[in-house]
Design a protein around this ligand. Sequence first.
Ligand SMILES: *[C@@H]1O[C@H](CO)[C@@H](O)[C@H](O)[C@H]1NC(C)=O
Ligand SMILES: *[C@@H]1O[C@H](CO)[C@@H](O)[C@H](O)[C@H]1NC(C)=O
Ligand SMILES: *[C@@H]1O[C@H](CO)[C@@H](O)[C@H](O)[C@H]1NC(C)=O
Ligand SMILES: *[C@@H]1O[C@H](CO)[C@@H](O)[C@H](O)[C@H]1NC(C)=O
Ligand SMILES: *[C@@H]1O[C@H](CO)[C@@H](O)[C@H](O)[C@H]1NC(C)=O
Ligand SMILES: *[C@@H]1O[C@H](CO)[C@@H](O)[C@H](O)[C@H]1NC(C)=O
Ligand SMILES: *[C@@H]1O[C@H](CO)[C@@H](O)[C@H](O)[C@H]1NC(C)=O
Ligand SMILES: *[C@@H]1O[C@H](CO)[C@@H](O)[C@H](O)[C@H]1NC(C)=O
Ligand SMILES: *[C@@H]1O[C@H](CO)[C@@H](O)[C@H](O)[C@H]1NC(C)=O
Ligand SMILES: *[C@@H]1O[C@H](CO)[C@@H](O)[C@H](O)[C@H]1NC(C)=O
Ligand SMILES: *[C@@H]1O[C@H](CO)[C@@H](O)[C@H](O)[C@H]1NC(C)=O
Ligand SMILES: *[C@@H]1O[C@H](CO)[C@@H](O)[C@H](O)[C@H]1NC(C)=O
Length: 422
Amino acid sequence: MYRYAAVVLFLASGIVFQLSHGVEVTVSDSEGKLCIYANLMVNFSVSYEEVGNKSSTAEFELPSKVTTEGSDCNVTSSLLKLNFGGHTWSVNFTNNGDKYQADSITFSYDLSNKAVFPNAALNETLSVSFKPEITGVAKDTCYSCKSRDTFESDTVNQTLWDVLIQAFVSNNSKCESFTSCAADVPSPSPPPTTHAPTTAPVTNATTAAPTPTTTPTPTTTPTPTLPTPAVGVYSIKPDVNGTACLLANFGLRIGLKQAEKYQEMNFDPNGTTTSGKCGDNSSDLVLVSKTMTIMLTFTNDTKKFRLHALNITGKTSSGVVFSEANTNLSLWEAAVGASYMCNKEQNYTITSMLTLFTFNLRVQPFGVRKGVFSTAEECQTDAESFLVPIAVGVALLVLILIVLMAYFIGRKRNMATGYESF
Ligand SMILES: *[C@@H]1O[C@H](CO)[C@@H](O)[C@H](O)[C@H]1NC(C)=O
Ligand SMILES: *[C@@H]1O[C@H](CO)[C@@H](O)[C@H](O)[C@H]1NC(C)=O
Ligand SMILES: *[C@@H]1O[C@H](CO)[C@@H](O)[C@H](O)[C@H]1NC(C)=O
Ligand SMILES: *[C@@H]1O[C@H](CO)[C@@H](O)[C@H](O)[C@H]1NC(C)=O
Ligand SMILES: *[C@@H]1O[C@H](CO)[C@@H](O)[C@H](O)[C@H]1NC(C)=O
Ligand SMILES: *[C@@H]1O[C@H](CO)[C@@H](O)[C@H](O)[C@H]1NC(C)=O
Ligand SMILES: *[C@@H]1O[C@H](CO)[C@@H](O)[C@H](O)[C@H]1NC(C)=O
Ligand SMILES: *[C@@H]1O[C@H](CO)[C@@H](O)[C@H](O)[C@H]1NC(C)=O
Ligand SMILES: *[C@@H]1O[C@H](CO)[C@@H](O)[C@H](O)[C@H]1NC(C)=O
Ligand SMILES: *[C@@H]1O[C@H](CO)[C@@H](O)[C@H](O)[C@H]1NC(C)=O
Ligand SMILES: *[C@@H]1O[C@H](CO)[C@@H](O)[C@H](O)[C@H]1NC(C)=O
Ligand SMILES: *[C@@H]1O[C@H](CO)[C@@H](O)[C@H](O)[C@H]1NC(C)=O
């Protein structure tokens, strides 16, 4: 029932989607046909040097009056260029037939615009480029992102929100359906409790076209949420034809703090290579995906096993490399010969920078027999969810017993008094 509710919510959130109230522009190609549509909000924060060796910060918004001179549309590439106050903000798009993407956002600002940059020491025009995450947008759909997306460089921070952009518009029909950014996609139903291989809740995120309205959007800021990560099924076989000696199923997400910025990334089991080794006292599982390498070390202390070390290295979507490890953990503890299971979402602080989130976890690093999981020892939160119905059941049983006892005692009394009255 839970799951249905979530699905309905998900659909509803697609339907109530409204067009935003930002800066709206259109670009037409040489034949006068609409080829780029954009409706978006951008805030800029630019640090610059003032005369007298002082540094200052200018904050301004993309104004509602912009021109699109210099924009250009071609078959496989397009340029959206917004000009305002001597500054330009431009986005390069390319497409590969089915999908299109924004390759870069370039912001050029003119320091001689003293209304924006009072007392600027220089009169130059400076440029910064950002790599946006506007990728894989399905052809003939509008990229939509209500969530705030901030890009930082040494001198310029820009924040985009309430973004609707469609490049390569065909037949003048803009924004008939949408490709939502990951930050906008609500987290779908609680993870399924089965351990089917890679039961990825495939969120295509292309929702039906809402009727375009000009109603101002409600001022609620959406909380950026990732979809539940797909559950990966991993195993290590000591030799090619052997049965598995280590089994692990889980969906993983990491939370990463970097330079005061926190971001979460799902681990994609699709395309992940598994390696490692099984030992008597220690087993390793190494998972390598496109974006991350995860090394898990389990130890066996004769009676119990536990996750002892975790080393995660990778690259964030903005290209920043990270490497976080803790070699002194005691997680996922269970008896050697059993498996550890935790279906509920869990989070673990691995280092001050890294948090690990697990979904539908089940691992057995030692004593695997016939390639299947042994008896599971469940984590406390899973056990508690079982305890509630059990507690209710026990309470009901006690109640029934009390009623029955009361009945029998009452009957006995009655019979006794019956005898006495004779
Ligand atoms: C950009 O944002 C970072 C983090 O919020 C901040 O430290 C920096 O001063 C900002 N830079 C500008 C130019 O506003
Ligand atoms: C400007 O400031 C920097 C550091 O804030 C200092 O090293 C430099 O000497 C200053 N230059 C002038 C001309 O005052
Ligand atoms: C954008 O900037 C304006 C003023 O410069 C400010 O009022 C507004 O709160 C900013 N919005 C965001 C989302 O940062
Ligand atoms: C910048 O240009 C303005 C007007 O064109 C001029 O008054 C000013 O001296 C120039 N500043 C610098 C640092 O060149
Ligand atoms: C995902 O989107 C593509 C293109 O928009 C479409 O062909 C496909 O059927 C969609 N898949 C699902 C599962 O909705
Ligand atoms: C694995 O099995 C295949 C066929 O089932 C066989 O040809 C191969 O020799 C076996 N390899 C090993 C290392 O046993
Ligand atoms: C895995 O990725 C490949 C290509 O990257 C794709 O064709 C395939 O559909 C994906 N499988 C799942 C289950 O997502
Ligand atoms: C766990 O370690 C003990 C000794 O440290 C060893 O006797 C036992 O066989 C190990 N268990 C497994 C499943 O490897
Ligand atoms: C495992 O640990 C036991 C006792 O702690 C030790 O006797 C044994 O040699 C170890 N086995 C290996 C393979 O390291
Ligand atoms: C974690 O893995 C990386 C890459 O393999 C390695 O360079 C680093 O030393 C490891 N860290 C620890 C603490 O083992
Ligand atoms: C490992 O953790 C234990 C308890 O959590 C602590 O007592 C011990 O000092 C830690 N060792 C290292 C090397 O951090
Ligand atoms: C981690 O889990 C606890 C409860 O288990 C929860 O209160 C907390 O919000 C979670 N933290 C994050 C970042 O999800």
